[in-house]
Design a protein around this ligand. Sequence first.
Ligand SMILES: NC(=O)c1ccc[n+]([C@@H]2O[C@H](COP(=O)([O-])OP(=O)(O)OC[C@H]3O[C@@H](n4cnc5c(N)ncnc54)[C@H](OP(=O)(O)O)[C@@H]3O)[C@@H](O)[C@H]2O)c1
Length: 323
Amino acid sequence: MIRQRVLGRTGLRVSELGFGAWGIGKLGWGVDGDDRRSLSALKRALELGVDFFDTAYAYGNGHSENLIAFASQGARKRASVATKIPPRQWPCRRVCDAFAPGWIVQCTERSLKNLGVETIDLQQFHQWDDRWLAQPAWDKTWTAIERLKRDGKIRFWGASIASFRPESALELAGSGLADAIQVIFNLFEQAPADALLPLCQSRGVGVIARSPLDEGGLTGRLSGDTRFDEADFRRSYFGGSLLEETVRRSKRLEDLLVPSHAASLAQAALRFCLSFPAVSTVIPGMRRPEHVEANVRAAASGPLPKDVLDALRPYAWTPRKES
Ligand SMILES: NC(=O)c1ccc[n+]([C@@H]2O[C@H](COP(=O)([O-])OP(=O)(O)OC[C@H]3O[C@@H](n4cnc5c(N)ncnc54)[C@H](OP(=O)(O)O)[C@@H]3O)[C@@H](O)[C@H]2O)c1
């Protein structure tokens, strides 16, 4: 039976294993997407009790949202869906250029249509910069978010931190404005545990742990010979010496954790994220039903023991801090 956690002060109960839906969008992440297989993965997830789906308009210009809507038709239980508004320009220094009120409303209406729902459970900004909170235009942006809530178009609002800088959302976490924050958190990128996670927990902000498998780097499936298509973002993500270094470091983690703490490195990586009570849900990218099943099993195994968590600290590695 899949366990649930509460998404911060929202009170929304969500499965601690959520569904990351970037890959199924077939744009930017992988070039071997297969809608039939993706729909099987989504349906298997719903059958097994996964009831939190993280998507974005940018994941295939609505394709990922459409697949979730299609798979959810006739589901026994209504799942919660989080989507994202892309900034009008990426990256963006001024909130008025990224998330002007008209843009927020327009993108929300578009996602409502794609998802086939009247209310989006969690609407997120697909990029965040704490400096926006002090800009004069922020008031208008916030008023638009409040109006969307009042009109019933969105239930909750939050932001996804696009970079490897969890400290770039500390102001937001402490502001009382966000219902949830999405952050890169995994065996390599452990920095959120220092300040962001405790702050979110104390302020009742839900935490969505994303990229828990380091885009495949923590699955044990990459090798020095792995090649990515030009259209696949992982070509630059694992560019230069990063692929070989990732393979080397993930092998060391595998030797430490498998089989004593999990059947696979991917399963250990998910247990790691769920070992932190501040985390409301972990959202691995799942394009195959067999991955859904394995990841549900991993979540069911519960947190890693404290001594193992302590032993894992020196394995933290963040080579993309400035990106
Ligand atoms: N800026 C943002 O807001 C942002 C950015 C990135 C991600 N996200 C969210 O976070 C989610 C997760 O991140 P992600 O999808 O980029 O990467 P990820 O979850 O770190 O890694 C996905 C990779 O793990 C593999 N995988 C999944 N379960 C596995 C298992 N049990 N055994 C072996 N391999 C397994 C997948 O295999 P296959 O290749 O075979 O499918 C895929 O290669 C996204 O889908 C999205 O919802 C948000």
